[in-house]
Design a protein around this ligand. Structure first.
Ligand SMILES: *Cc1c(COP(=O)(O)O)cnc(C)c1O
Length: 210
């Protein structure tokens, strides 16, 4: 089923949208099955799962770190960290600078909806944060990431994804390297893609629910 699910989603997407297949609730065997189905971008949100999948998957697979990463744990993953989708603290940037062997592509996590349960910076905090971390050469900010509220309300979803896109457009004037938008999950990715998502992060709709 993984292959059919992946292909069905891929067929409905513009060619330049990348699918990160989130394997956080699934085994190494299932991740390898996804690899066989053609998946090359994987998402994990915990250090243990990240390291386990990284070790098992072939070199040409990218394992994206999509969850909150505590600064004291950066050194545990630094050797394998290529993409971090949750940067929202200077302490993490500092540890990346100390421990990463080469530049890490980072997405600033933005809490667009203002829900207190969500990680990420408020939209107006992003510009000052970029100044704060501008000295860290190994922290290559390539885009913004957000998680929408858990809802089917299209108005809320349109507002959330639209806000992240307009923030990206604003920031690009001073930071031309900020081009990517990591947004959209199983239940809301179609709306995210309408707002220019370049990476969608899909778990249950491809891997099945746990
Ligand atoms: C789990 C997770 C996803 C995928 O969620 P699904 O609803 O299963 O598609 C995407 N992004 C993050 C940050 C996650 O933790």
């Amino acid at each position: 089923m993984i292959k059919e699910n992946f292909n069905a989603i891929k067929e409905g997407l513009p060619d330049d949208v990348k699918i990160i297949v989130v394997t956080k609730y699934h085994t190494v065997e299932e991740a390898l099955e996804a690899y066989e189905a053609g998946v090359r971008d994987f998402g994990e949100n915990r250090v243990e799962g990240f390291l386990e999948k990284r070790k098992a998957l072939p070199e040409d697979a990218d394992v994206h770190f999509i969850g909150t990463l505590q600064s004291r744990k950066v050194k545990d993953v630094a050797e394998h960290l290529t993409h971090l989708h949750s940067l929202d603290r200077e302490s993490v940037a500092k540890r990346i600078e100390q421990h990463a062997p080469s530049a890490v592509k980072c997405f600033i996590q933005v809490n667009v909806s203002g829900e207190s349960s969500k990680h990420g910076l408020d939209p107006e905090e992003v510009q000052p944060f970029l100044e704060e971390i501008s000295g860290y050469g190994k922290v290559e900010v390539v885009g913004l990431m957000t998680m929408a509220p858990l809802t089917d309300d299209e108005e809320v979803l349109n507002a959330t994804f639209g806000r992240l896109k307009s923030l990206r457009d604003e920031l690009q004037e001073s930071h031309p390297g900020i081009t990517e938008l990591s947004m959209g999950m199983s239940n809301d990715y179609e709306i995210a893609v309408e707002h220019d998502a370049s990476y969608i992060r899909i778990g249950s709709k491809i891997m099945g629910s746990r």
